[in-house]
Design a protein around this ligand. Structure first.
Ligand code: PLP
Length: 354
């Protein structure tokens, strides 16, 4: 291989270095995350009367936006001399932590709620060589345990309470503004532990302060109805939703998410699992396979539209946070069964009505 060749996207640290808390001495651990597609949805635009764009963060190296935060968290952990990292996870944080720790040759331990991790996410975590410890309890209990462990032992916590995670994740907002040459009017995102919405507000605020954009978007976060502590105003003891990535009853970034919604004149709202699944199938029929939790943003868009809360011609971005292959169960459950056909073109053509 020669050194020459077409330039490729360098990963969020190199692309947005001056906006991030790093120095010339920070070792950059990257899998060239970020630079994900912003895809216009013709059908959602037509239906809502808005200009609707889907930010497909499922196209990150491990298939979720978590990589944007993990490249920074792991780079800073290395800079600070860490030998091991730990996280609690509903699946995507562990997949991402495992991959970046592998890249950096760090030991990685993940605490997951027993029996609650989607197969694809577990496969990723294991194949990258992380130690997986199952905890009897939900995500919230696993996070408390991980925090406790990091307080007492020489191990760095890489959940989104690690401030470098949010700093990295804010680059999604930068990419959206750079692609549209302005901020959208509305920015819709699923909410679980509430780090991502907080980080996006940080990104828009940075760009606003620097004069790169002149108006920030209104931020709308969507929780699943059975796991909607922020909407209810109190923690949910036993959160329930098919959208496992947002099955969280006591979000770590609760206050930050509330401020993001308030300062941007948006809101944190709830959508039902039925709405989430309908949105999930819908974006898949447009060629983007996003996991159920991701579809909460599109479910939210349709929800706002149904309630007459969208302004015509508004530019709207829905963030699709994770890849559908991580949790394919719902894709198969809702689809037609494959049919068997004789191995001859005429039979196939008849079956297809050609
Ligand atoms: C982590 C995750 C979320 C929730 O993000 P928070 O920062 O916890 O609010 C949503 N969707 C997917 C696919 C995720 O991996």
């Amino acid at each position: 291989m020669t050194a020459a060749g077409a330039p490729q996207w360098r990963g969020i640290i190199e692309e947005y270095r001056e906006w991030l808390p790093i120095t010339a001495d920070t070792p950059v651990v990257t899998l060239r995350e970020g630079g994900t597609p912003l895809v216009r949805s013709e059908t959602l635009s037509a239906e809502t009367g808005c200009d609707v764009w889907l930010k497909y963060d499922g196209a990150n190296p491990t298939g979720s936006f978590k990589d944007r935060g993990m490249t920074l968290a792991i780079s800073k952990a290395i800079e600070e001399g860490a030998k091991a990292v730990v996280c609690a996870s509903t699946g995507n944080t562990s997949a991402s932590a495992a991959a970046y720790a592998a890249k950096a040759a760090l030991t990685c331990a993940v605490l997951v709620p027993k029996g609650k991790i989607a197969l694809g996410k577990m496969a990723q975590t294991l194949v990258h060589g992380a130690r997986v410890l199952e905890v009897d309890g939900n995500f919230d209990a696993a996070l408390e345990l991980a925090k406790d462990l990091a307080d007492r032992y020489p191990v760095t916590l890489v959940n989104s309470v690690n401030r470098f995670r949010l700093e990295g994740q804010k680059t999604a907002a930068f990419e959206i503004c750079d692609a549209l040459a302005r901020a959208p009017d509305l920015h819709l995102v699923p909410v679980g532990n509430a780090g991502n919405i907080s980080s996006h507000w940080l990104g828009y605020s940075d760009y606003l302060e620097a004069g790169v954009i002149h108006e920030p978007p209104r931020l709308f976060g969507f929780q699943a109805k059975g796991a909607a502590p922020i909407v209810l105003g109190e923690p949910v003891k036993d959160p329930q939703t098919i959208a496992t990535a947002i099955r969280i009853g006591n979000p770590a970034s609760w206050e930050k998410a509330l401020s993001a919604a308030k300062e941007s004149e948006g809101a944190i709202l709830a959508v039902t699992d039925r709405e989430i699944l309908a949105a999930y199938r819908r974006v898949a029929r447009e060629g983007l396979f996003a996991e159920p939790a991701s579809a909460a943003s599109v479910a939210g868009l349709l929800h706002l539209h149904a309630e007459g809360n969208l302004t015509a011609d508004a530019t709207v971005v829905c963030v699709l946070t994770g890849h559908g292959l991580k949790d394919p169960e719902w894709a198969i459950a809702g689809a037609a069964q494959p049919q068997t056909v004789r191995g001859d073109p005429a039979a196939v053509a008849t079956e297809l009505g050609l």
